[in-house]
Design a protein around this ligand. Structure first.
Ligand code: SF4
Ligand SMILES: [Zn+2]
Ligand SMILES: [Zn+2]
Length: 312
């Protein structure tokens, strides 16, 4: 198959836009989509600090490499990579090694936060003590809070997340199906700054997962291929399958889901509504939707088994 833009052989097809691209045009198309999203989600940003959540996997590796590419000619912008070690044996050490390799090759500052030190427990210990629960619920909530704290401590004005088009489409569908309007509205990318919360942005929002993977391979970005031993228990897997099937059947479904989310948020804000966490957690002082933040709620459950929460 020929590239839609030149005479070279295509390395990837993009059914959602009826195109095939060679390696050079493919790299260019990824970089351009990310550049546009960065500009759209973080407009007129010429001075300050940008945190990048770096797990050591392909998505966050590509997000860091492209954030560095986008900002490195601006000496007034500092980029800081932040990794969280949730305490997952046989998995996290490898991803942290890849994260370190990438930050060293780019010359980017790297902060690693340990869950054991910050909140006094780990995901492995939680799984051991609460074998019937879904570890990703705990992991997601704790990681989100630790990333926010570390980004805030680093003085970050925004936190880049490596969410790709598939991740975001799955999250939109998941929240729609559950009727969870609050979470739908609070999803990244954030348009407004809330006290205590570093706005999260998702510059890979227009890049499908398999294109992120191919880009990382073509550019030689180091990332770890390992899979978390607890991944099989995430309820997200069902939504991954559904979105994949919908996309096969109707190319463009993922972009349509993101567009729906965008319109909901824009119209909600246009009505004069605000998306804010109204409380401060009584245990840790972080922004919270209720009296106790979700990270502390989960800590209470982890310390006093057995009532298990639902998956997120
Ligand atoms: S798969 Fe679940 S437990 Fe494993 S790192 Fe991801 S969120 Fe955490
Ligand atoms: Zn080409
Ligand atoms: Zn709390």
């Amino acid at each position: 198959m020929r590239c839609s833009a030149c005479e070279s052989d295509a390395v990837i097809d993009q059914p959602y836009r009826g195109a095939h691209l060679c390696a050079a045009h493919f790299r260019e198309s990824v970089e351009e989509r990310v550049r546009r999203e960065m500009h759209r989600q973080l407009p007129r940003f010429g001075r300050g600090t940008v945190g990048v959540a770096l797990s050591g996997g392909k998505d966050s590796g590509v997000a860091l490499a492209l954030a560095h590419r986008y900002f490195h000619r601006r000496p007034t912008v500092r980029v800081v990579a932040i990794s969280v070690d949730e305490g997952i044996d046989g998995y996290r050490a490898g991803t942290l090694r890849a994260a370190r390799e990438l930050t060293e090759s780019l010359g980017v500052e790297h902060v690693v936060v340990s869950a054991r030190e910050a909140i006094g427990t780990t995901i492995d210990r939680t799984v051991e003590e609460l074998p019937d629960t879904v570890p990703c619920s705990f992991c997601g909530v704790w990681r989100r809070q630790l990333l926010n704290r570390a980004a805030r401590d680093a003085g970050a004005d925004a936190l880049v997340l490596g969410f790709n088009l598939d991740d975001l489409a799955q999250t939109v569908l998941m929240n729609l199906v559950r009727g969870d309007l609050d979470r739908l509205l609070r999803m990244a990318p954030h348009r407004v700054r809330q006290p205590g919360l570093v706005p999260r942005i998702a510059p890979l929002a227009q890049v499908p997962e398999r294109e992120v993977y191919l880009y990382a391979r073509l550019k030689g970005i180091p990332f770890d291929h390992g899979e978390c031993p607890h991944a099989g228990r995430a309820s997200r897997n069902l939504f991954r399958e559904i979105v994949w099937q919908l996309e096969e059947d109707q190319p463009g479904t993922r972009q349509a889901l993101l567009h729906t989310h965008e319109r909901l948020v824009t119209e909600f804000l246009a009505e004069g509504n605000a998306i804010v966490a109204p409380h401060r957690c009584r245990a840790c002082g972080e922004p919270a939707a209720n009296e106790l933040c979700r990270a502390c709620e989960y800590l209470e459950i982890a310390r006093a088994p057995p009532s298990a929460p639902e998956a997120s």
